[in-house]
Design a protein around this ligand. Structure first.
Ligand code: NAD
Length: 486
């Protein structure tokens, strides 16, 4: 095995081989629990991207002709390999990202679920046929791969998000160029290496490391026909617009500000527990994290007190510690950004739990404790912007109607949750709430791999989501044939 971190500077993976990037510079990969630099990501250039595109183009011409059933069989072998490597992959995630080992294992499992689903490609790729659209005339729709496609992924799920893309791009017959986050590239590189160990032909999946320069080259390259992106709102909007300008098919999954509405009849113990997990797990660095609690006045005092109590008791520590509940942030720079929201927020809202107090216990690493604000309003940046850290804001409202109105004012609309025992309220929430993924007493309403994933408004730019049947649509195009025989 040509392991990726034999050398400190990571390599690109192109045409089935590890190659040095022509990059001028590198970006450090940290262990967020210690603050140590564990590798350097090369910042690849347009020349590196061009090299990957050449390899992918050559591979595509052969790969698109391999019957889908054979492409799916390769995924069965990949599944076995991933299951065997599950713990090693999770440890790699915890090392480069910082999240708890339990969260890392869950992430790998959600990725494996996507590979399982992708083995159903032979049926999912079927088209439609009608024997007699007119006398003697038949019509048949077939699905075909697109060609060379690209995927640009974020730091916070270095296994799950690539695994939502790799098996689908591959099983539908495309050739893929992956550009993982420069902050957490190692797990993704290992996933691609494993796929080659079970027999993926060279060049079908390639990895180009880097950041903006590599992304810009992918967006502009005339031989890349589709772009899948996940990341922050600003970058998502930029990628969406730029890829579209170059005539590419594009889906861009973006930022979030997920609201959890709590009504008076909610069962409080599991609700509190669920909100704490959804707000502070992974250091709040999840696109499905709960970052705003909308509490109806009747229970707001009790709810805030119990949330605060729970937040103070959360176990802060390294992802490798048993039972840890709050792990470090990805970078010092990101921690400073989160701190700036706390500093501004304490002048405007009521700071109930101050996560800064936990910092002194950790001389190394990018730790920040759980922070809870009460009496936050939509006029504050605390409510408006994605903080992506362990900061929970409570907004107080009169009733369900006002709760829905506040939630729907957000520019983001990824997930929204309602805690209640009332079927009537749940139905109203489902009908009126503007969000792509809705939870009723479910803390993180992440659809399983068989259902589509995607938000509304500024949480998603595009038409076709990930997972479910959507992802097959994204990675294929149709041809409808009309035939008549004399
Ligand atoms: P990010 O936008 O900083 O980076 C995402 C990717 O874009 C990376 O590969 C990065 O190298 C690249 N990139 C960064 N800046 C760029 C630029 N100016 N031009 C071109 N490319 C650029 O995001 P992140 O910090 O890695 O990830 C966290 C964000 O991702 C959060 O906003 C989170 O909500 C979002 N996210 C969304 C989903 C979803 O499904 N909606 C899932 C996970 C994460």
């Amino acid at each position: 095995m040509t392991m990726v971190h034999e050398k400190t500077v990571l390599k690109n993976f192109i045409g089935g081989r590890w190659v040095d990037a022509e990059a001028a510079g590198t970006a450090p990969v940290y262990n967020p629990a210690t603050g140590e630099v564990i590798a350097e990501t090369p910042l690849s250039t347009a020349a590196d991207v061009a090299r990957a595109v050449e390899a992918a183009k050559a591979a595509y011409e052969r790969w698109r002709k391999v019957p889908v059933i054979k492409r799916a069989r390769l995924l069965y072998a990949y599944l076995e390999r991933l299951r065997r490597e599950r713990e090693a992959l999770a440890r790699m995630i915890t090392t480069e990202h910082g999240k708890s080992l339990a969260d890392a294992l869950a992430e790998v499992d959600r990725g494996i679920e996507s590979v399982e689903h992708a083995t159903a490609a032979p049926t999912l790729m079927m088209g439609d046929a009608l024997a007699e659209v007119a006398e003697g005339l038949e019509q048949t729709t077939y699905r075909y791969p697109l060609g060379v496609v690209a995927s640009i992924t974020p730091f916070n799920f270095p296994a799950m998000i690539p695994l939502w893309v790799i098996p689908w791009a591959v099983v539908t017959g495309n050739a893929l160029i992956l550009k993982p986050s420069e902050q957490t590239p190692m797990t993704t590189l290992r996933l691609v290496e494993l796929l080659h160990e079970v027999g993926l032909p060279d060049g079908v999946v390639n990895v180009v490391n880097g950041a903006k320069e590599a992304v810009d080259a992918l967006l502009a390259h005339p031989d890349i026909v589709a772009v899948n992106f996940t990341g922050s709102q600003k970058t998502a909007a930029y990628v969406y617009e730029t890829a579209a300008r170059y005539g590419k098919r594009v889906q861009a999954f973006s930022g979030a500000k997920n609201h959890a509405v709590v009504l008076e009849d909610a069962v409080l113990a599991p609700t509190i527990d669920g909100i704490l997990r959804a707000a502070f797990g992974n250091g709040g660095q999840r696109c499905m994290a709960t970052s705003v609690v909308v509490a109806v006045e009747g229970i707001a005092d009790d709810l805030v007190e119990r949330l605060a109590d729970g937040a103070r008791k959360l176990k802060v520590g390294s992802g490798f510690e048993e039972g840890v509940e709050l792990t470090p942030l990805i970078r010092e720079e990101h921690r400073r950004r989160v701190l700036s929201y706390i500093e501004e927020g304490e002048k405007q809202a009521r700071l109930v739990v101050d996560g800064r107090e936990a910092m002194s216990r950790f001389p190394r690493g990018f730790y920040l404790g759980a922070t809870v604000f009460d009496r936050v309003t939509p006029e504050m940046r605390l409510w408006q912007e994605e903080i992506f850290g362990p900061v929970l804001s409570v907004v107080r409202v009169r009733d369900l109607d006002e709760a829905i109105a506040v939630t729907n004012r957000s520019r983001y609309a990824n997930g929204a949750i309602l805690y209640t025992q009332s079927g009537k309220a749940a139905r109203r929430f489902r009908e009126e709430i503007d969000a792509g993924m809705v939870g009723i007493n479910v803390n993180i309403p992440l659809p399983v791999a068989f259902f589509p994933f995607g938000g509304h408004k500024d949480s998603f730019y595009g038409v076709i989501g990930e997972n479910g049947k959507d992802i097959v649509q994204f990675f294929t195009r149709k041809k409808t044939v009309s035939s008549r025989w004399f």
